[in-house]
Design a protein around this ligand. Structure first.
Ligand code: MG
Length: 226
């Protein structure tokens, strides 16, 4: 790290630390600072991630269709409604929201020709050896364990449904990151269903015995969704 950079980091840390201590002394709840100078509120991040997906033309239903195709052979009574619920639940995870914000932003900047050389060319042409797009998608599936990791690999290779459409470049659109992000969301939602199925099986039930909103029971627990 250069001396200038070191100095900048030290000064920024001192400034932030000083501001936090000052606010604590004043009795200001730091949670109340969300969306302000120090920390962005989780609701704003969640909304921005969902909007990014919509803006790039990918619906929750299209991702749920991939989940259904992955999980239907193994889960008796599974319906699209369960898959939609699972995708919505995955989109509440901060890891996924952050990955979406980073990936979509880079795709959009590349589309507008706003990145510097040579990154602009690498992302614009979806350079085969780049791999950072896959790593962002892979990083976001780790929360959901080995089933999510192997499903992500399968989707990356076989490009099912909307993933194939995104991978096939149309006009001036850049989806270098988006295809991996969609694979990641679908892989996580599939893994959730696989684990939920075991819980149901042990209670002598299957998916036809539960309504869609029971696919993600933690959604009913305050604070558990993040
Ligand atoms: Mg890609």
């Amino acid at each position: 790290m250069s001396i200038v950079r070191k100095l900048y980091h030290t000064q920024t840390a001192r400034y932030n630390g000083g501001a936090i201590i000052k606010n604590r002394k004043r009795g200001i709840d730091l949670k109340g600072m969300d969306g302000g100078k120090y920390r962005v509120h989780s609701d704003e991040v969640a909304k921005a991630a969902q909007e990014a997906l919509q803006r790039r033309g990918v619906s929750i239903e299209e991702i749920a269709k991939i989940v259904f195709e992955m999980q239907e052979p193994y889960n008796k009574g599974l319906e699209m409604a369960h898959c939609i619920e699972s995708v919505e639940s995955v989109l509440l995870k901060r890891e996924m929201q952050h990955a979406l914000l980073v990936g979509v932003e880079l795709d959009e900047l590349a589309e507008q020709g706003k990145l510097s050389r040579p990154l602009q060319q690498i992302i614009d042409t979806d350079e085969g050896l780049f791999g950072v797009d896959e790593m962002i998608g892979l990083g976001a599936v780790l929360t959901y364990g080995s089933i999510a990791v192997t499903t992500f690999g399968h989707l990356d290779k076989n490009k099912i449904g909307v993933i194939r459409e995104l991978d096939t470049k149309v006009g001036g659109q850049v989806h270098t990151f988006l295809d991996d992000l969609v694979s990641s969301i679908a892989a996580c939602a599939s893994a959730r269903i696989a684990h939920r199925q075991r819980d149901l099986e042990e209670k002598g039930k299957d998916f036809k015995d539960i309504p869609a909103d029971e696919t993600a029971p933690e959604m009913h627990v305050d604070g558990a969704e993040t």
